[in-house]
Design a protein around this ligand. Structure first.
Ligand code: PGA
Length: 251
């Protein structure tokens, strides 16, 4: 039985005080939630204090990225290592978000390193995959997504999929208000993994991301292969994020 997971990706938003008020609101509104795991991913700079101050809540904490240069430390200005994330109380970290693939040119080798370093620090990677609009329009979406999955399999083996979460986020649906009808792609991803290992495919949690809102969450979560969501814009508002979590709880 797959445990559902709803993740809030704050991206580069907020301030010290807004972070505290968002977390205070979530602590209260999600106090009774059970049966769904909830993770928030603030910017690095707020992570450590947030996870210390809100350790007595049901919230798990995650990072939006991690260094792929070294697991612990080294001369990598501006980077944050997996060991540091572990120290800061992270249980999850997003890897390969489309904004990082696009704006920071992250390569398959680098992403595999990030996954490897996180796993050795016992942090669960949330691996993002998804096609761009032009891929979708030219019918290449399955090939692109399969390629992103196999980039990891080729470098780390299929067994790592027993320790990661995959988030399918069609790039054209992120922050645009457009949502995919993603069941087909989630089924495709599960099938691609099942061709390599049936048990892992059955157990891996597959999230959907891209304009998830309170009014579409229930329909998305009702889809057979969707085990939760990676939420951007709507996670910055206590009520919206809580409604999304509760929609997952009641499916
Ligand atoms: P969005 O972002 O919910 O604002 O579309 C999702 C994401 O980028 O993870």
């Amino acid at each position: 039985m797959r445990r559902s997971l709803v993740v809030g990706n704050w991206k580069m938003n907020g301030s010290k005080s807004s972070a505290i008020s968002l977390l205070t609101g979530l602590k209260a509104s999600l106090a009774d939630v059970s049966g769904v795991e909830v993770c928030v991913c603030p910017p690095y700079i707020y992570l450590s204090e947030a996870s210390d101050s809100f350790a007595d809540t049901k919230l798990a904490f995650g990072a939006q990225d991690v260094s792929g240069n070294a697991e612990a430390g080294g001369a990598y200005t501006g980077e944050v290592s997996a060991a540091m994330l572990s120290d800061a109380g992270c249980q999850y970290a997003i890897v390969g978000h489309s904004e990082r693939r696009e704006y920071f040119g992250e390569s398959a080798d680098l992403l595999a390193k990030k996954v490897e370093f996180l796993l050795s620090e016992k942090i669960t990677p949330i691996l993002c995959v998804g096609e761009k609009l032009e891929d979708r329009e030219s019918g290449l979406h399955e090939r692109v997504v399969n390629g992103q999955l196999m980039d990891i399999v080729d470098r780390l083996g299929v067994d790592v999929f027993s320790q990661i979460v995959v988030a399918y986020e069609p790039v054209w649906a992120i922050g645009t208000g457009l949502t995919a009808t993603p069941q087909q792609m989630h089924a495709f991803i599960r099938k691609a993994i099942s061709a390599l290992d049936l048990a892992i495919a059955d157990e891996i949690r597959l999230l959907y991301g891209g304009s998830v809102k309170p009014d579409n969450a229930k329909d998305l979560f009702a889809m057979q292969d969707i085990d939760g969501a990676l939420v951007g814009g709507a996670c910055l508002d206590v009520e919206s994020f809580s409604l999304i979590v509760k929609a997952q709880e009641t499916v």
